[in-house]
Design a protein around this ligand. Structure first.
Ligand SMILES: Cc1cc2nc3c(=O)[nH]c(=O)nc-3n(C[C@H](O)[C@H](O)[C@H](O)COP(=O)(O)O)c2cc1C
Ligand code: SF4
Ligand code: SF4
Length: 251
């Protein structure tokens, strides 16, 4: 069974493609995370966890969902992490998570997809993004072939910098950077409520037809990138930048 979390669609796209290639079931864990519900999953096929990379690890909200859920049937677990560049030493943390859950870690596959972190970096425009998405396809096909054959994903030996990024830098990243207070909304807002609906943490409420952000933010970028009026900014960092969303290509 493929279980995925996605802020701006890259991981959803990869999860759907893996599901097609593996002829397996695909589930979005958005509602489990939003409602704080523990999943009770049953499958005879390997577990394939698909999510973006946040600070060179799995998103904490996704990891917590895995930690609190139960998995009956297969004991094999694969991780597919979409990223703008690299996943650091994330595979070591995924292995530990498997040990805790009594799952058999079969490896972590990084898949380079378009950068979506508009609150920090530039994100690609539509043409460049389409090229990056197309280039990810062979990686996903190779990954699916390994899962189908019951083989492990290739192991990448983490270096000192990888360990630093996924370890102390990840801790500092969450402590100092992952905050919602820089979000603002402009008069372009059409009060559609999409940002509120799309937030996986229920961190946005509507007041007088405008979004107001609370403190439970994981910087998934769904609100700012999904706004149809491009009315949301993240301080000055997002100004003048294109927004990024992976087109939903579920066949
Ligand atoms: C909060 C945050 C942290 C990120 N950290 C990393 C990172 O450590 N390494 C990396 O290569 N990309 C990083 N990215 C880029 C995303 O992992 C990448 O664009 C991903 O495919 C987005 O997936 P989604 O569209 O399913 O949300 C980060 C993006 C966000 C929003
Ligand atoms: S998604 Fe954009 S337009 Fe819709 S309510 Fe939110 S800020 Fe306003
Ligand atoms: S407030 Fe926006 S960036 Fe933060 S978790 Fe919700 S949708 Fe994601």
């Amino acid at each position: 069974m493929i279980l995925f979390f996605s802020g701006t669609g890259n991981s959803r796209y990869c999860a759907h493609m893996l599901a097609r290639l593996l002829d397996d079931e695909c589930r979005d864990v958005f509602h489990l995370i939003r409602e704080g519900i523990a999943g009770e999953f049953v499958s005879g096929k390997p577990w394939v966890f698909v999510a973006p990379t946040y600070g060179w690890q799995l998103p904490r909200v996704f990891e917590s969902m895995i930690r609190s859920s139960s998995f009956s049937g297969s004991r094999d677990a694969y991780f597919v992490m979409t990223c703008g560049e690299d996943i650091g030493n994330a595979s070591a943390y995924n292995r530990k998570l498997c040990q805790e859950k009594g799952l058999h870690d079969r490896g972590t596959l990084p898949v380079v997809m378009p950068e979506n972190y508009v609150a920090m970096f530039s994100v690609p425009g539509p043409e460049e993004a389409a090229q990056i998405v197309a280039a990810a396809r062979p990686t996903l096909e190779r990954g699916a072939a390994l899962i189908r054959a019951g083989q492990e994903f290739p192991h990448h030996k983490a270096g000192f910098v990888d360990k630093l990024k996924s370890g102390p830098v990840n801790t500092l990243f969450y402590r100092f950077l992952v905050k919602a207070k820089a979000f603002t909304v402009s008069d372009a807002c059409i009060s559609c409520g999409k940002c509120q609906k799309d937030c996986p943490l229920g961190n946005i409420r509507m007041e007088g037809g405008r979004p107001v952000w609370g403190k439970q933010c994981t910087h998934c970028m769904a609100c700012i990138c999904g706004c149809p009026a491009q009315a949301i900014e993240y301080g000055r960092a997002s100004r003048g930048k294109p927004r990024y969303q992976c087109p939903d290509e579920q066949a």
